[in-house]
Write a protein that binds this ligand. Structure first.
Ligand SMILES: Cc1cc2nc3c(=O)[nH]c(=O)nc-3n(C[C@H](O)[C@H](O)[C@H](O)COP(=O)(O)OP(=O)(O)OC[C@H]3O[C@@H](n4cnc5c(N)ncnc54)[C@H](O)[C@@H]3O)c2cc1C
Length: 392
């Protein structure tokens, strides 16, 4: 259970009035699920570096996997603001839970829905939506992170199948995945997407251990050693870097919303604690230094909420540019990590304990500020959008 009453979750600028009844209902149902499923076990899972058992099927049950995927393929056909609100509530629980839903929705279901054949959509999307099948997304490689266009993983046309070789690193859910959407170069050096299935000979998914961040999420490698991939597993609808980048746009949009949830969890915990904890005869919340922190947290959360709401409107109208999404991802993740770090101080020594969420959120957000484009990379994208000059 959360340490603060859920009725204290901030809506300082009356943003709820801009949401539909359906948006609020969806948010409430995910909020309730996070309280009952995530909150009671998340500290234990993070401390013990294990995932939450049955998480993907639970996410499937509440409609958090592929919320905007059409109903005919098992999705919920919801709009982008609903997707954002779901991500916000999940990340109030933990970034690992939001990451699981983000990867499955935006990095696995999205490319299959956008670029897949009709057979691929019917074969994979319903099972991914229910969480019976777990997907991963392979773009990053040991030698190429911020610069995925230089990837080395490649495939050759062998007549009746493709032969895939290479390795991907830092892959969310790789040790658990049933399928991986893998981006690799064809013989002309052009990037294409392949659906690789667990069980294909030469395909392994070793786990990456000893993380200090996203400890309730499994991360690993995807290794391809002469993997024979059937020709029908090539995504036919896209060639070039725009394939993976369009997936990242969708995921980065979800992250912009998600991290508001982590910030809200830290903010609400700090407000509650500052009213209860007394030093020098008064609640610490009565001191100006602590009030300054709380006031700045709420200001930053409110700005981030407004940024996301308008970005969601643009996205619903198919008008959100990649640079606009970069700005929101960069701003909101920094906002959340700053609030996690500062709010921890309001709790003094108690702030380092697992009973309170700040250390876990702060550690998680170190990954979030790095993956899906680092903080620096998003700044370069904004700089390029302003000047027209590529500074990469
Ligand atoms: C927990 C976790 C989960 C992840 N999940 C996935 C996943 O599911 N699938 C996937 O494909 N990837 C995933 N990633 C990988 C992630 O996207 C990469 O880590 C990220 O893109 C950065 O790549 P890198 O780690 O190789 O850092 P690098 O690219 O080596 O960057 C190192 C530093 O150099 C800076 N830098 C790079 N280029 C420039 C430049 N031109 N100018 C100035 N500074 C620069 C960066 O900002 C960064 O600070 C995950 C990562 C983590 C940590």
């Amino acid at each position: 259970m959360s340490y603060y009453p859920l009725t204290s979750i901030p809506d300082y600028y009356g943003i709820d009035a801009l949401l539909t009844e359906e948006h609020k209902l969806i948010r409430q149902s995910v909020r309730d699920w996070v309280e009952s499923f995530v909150m009671p076990q998340i500290d234990h899972a993070a401390q013990n570096h294990t995932d939450l058992p049955g998480l993907m099927k639970e996410l499937g049950k509440i409609g958090a996997l592929g919320p905007y995927i059409p109903v005919e393929y098992g999705g919920s056909g919801l709009d982008q603001i609903s997707y954002g609100l779901i991500m916000q509530e999940l990340e109030r629980g933990d970034s690992a839970v939001r990451s699981a839903a983000s990867v499955q929705s935006s990095l696995v279901m999205f490319p299959i829905n956008e670029f897949g054949s009709e057979e691929q959509k019917r074969k994979y999307l319903p099972q991914l939506a229910s969480g019976e099948m777990i997907g991963s997304f392979g773009l990053t490689e040991p030698n190429h992170g911020s610069d995925p266009g230089s990837m080395e993983t490649y495939f050759k046309d062998m007549g009746d199948h493709y032969l895939l070789n290479g390795a991907k690193m830092w892959i969310t859910n790789s040790p658990l995945c049933d399928i991986a959407v893998v981006w690799a170069k064809n013989e002309e050096g052009k990037i294409q997407g392949l659906i690789v299935e667990r069980g294909m000979e030469g395909f392994t998914t070793p786990e990456t251990h000893n993380k200090w961040s996203l400890r309730a999420s499994k991360t690993g490698e995807l290794v391809f050693n002469d993997v024979k991939v059937p020709k029908e597993n090539l995504l036919p609808g896209v060639t070039g870097l725009k394939g993976p980048l369009s997936c990242l746009n969708s995921a980065r949009y979800g992250i912009s919303w998600g991290v508001i949830g982590a910030a809200i969890d830290c903010y609400c915990t700090a407000v509650q604690y500052s009213k209860e904890r007394r030093q020098f005869g008064n609640p610490i919340g009565s001191y100006q230094l602590q009030q300054k922190k709380l006031a700045e947290f709420l200001t930053e959360i409110t700005k981030a909420q407004l940024l996301c709401l308008q970005l969601g409107n643009l996205k619903n109208d198919h008008k959100a540019s990649p640079a606009q999404i970069s700005m929101a991802k960069r701003n909101n993740v920094k906002m959340a990590i700053d609030i996690a770090r500062e709010s921890r101080q309001i709790l003094g020594g108690m702030g380092i304990m697992g009973e309170f969420p700040m250390m876990r959120h702060a550690a998680n957000l170190e990954s979030v500020i790095t993956y899906e484009g680092t903080h620096d990379v998003h700044l370069l994208i904004t700089g390029m959008d302003i000047t027209g000059i590529n500074a990469f």
